[in-house]
Design a protein around this ligand. Structure first.
Ligand SMILES: [Cu+2]
Length: 172
């Protein structure tokens, strides 16, 4: 399973510029709140208008959750369920081609959400995969305070995506 680290994705400036472009083109400016639970995304809308902002709330009292949102290439027809079960190198080829549209991290117990990549706004039309890669049982504080070397090793803990924490959103 892919262990993609949010801090590998640096070009936040480009995403902010895209977001500004999207705003100029009009479209929706709604906000939808997605709830992260152990181990699923709840209230994930299946379709939103371009310009919609996603917020993340963590309903868990013990697990850190993240919402990594990748745009799926237009030529890719497989479901998100199929894509997240591919071997790591094939997943990287699909999801690792560019930075994700957003990475939001929500600590357990209702702590402040961290916008690691993007501002939560979806501006480009298309199909998106929504995934949480946090390892089961990860120490939230250690994970959030990780330095440039990335989060602590996951050991044998599977990522939440392997427990079913994934979904799909279409931006129209
Ligand atoms: Cu999670």
């Amino acid at each position: 399973m892919s262990i993609i680290k949010p801090r590998r994705w640096a070009p936040i400036g480009a995403l902010v510029a895209l977001a500004a472009l999207g705003a100029a083109c009009g479209g929706g400016d709604e906000t939808k709140t997605v709830t992260a639970a152990d181990y699923a995304f709840q209230d994930l809308p299946s379709e939103v208008d371009a310009g919609t902002t996603l917020k993340l709330e963590n309903a868990s009292t013990k697990e850190l959750h993240e919402m990594v949102v990748f745009r799926i290439p237009d030529a890719e027809r497989r479901s998100v369920e199929e894509l997240v079960k591919l071997p790591e190198d094939q997943q990287e080829a699909i999801f690792g081609a560019g930075p994700p549209a957003m990475v939001l991290l929500a600590p357990p117990g209702g702590g402040e959400v961290i916008k690691a990549v993007g501002n939560g706004k979806l501006t480009e039309k298309g199909r998106y995969a929504v995934v949480c890669f946090i390892p089961v049982g990860a120490d939230p504080a250690a994970y959030l305070q990780a330095g440039p070397d990335g989060p602590p090793p996951a050991g044998n803990s599977p990522p939440h995506v392997a427990q079913g924490m994934f979904g799909q959103i279409t931006v129209k």
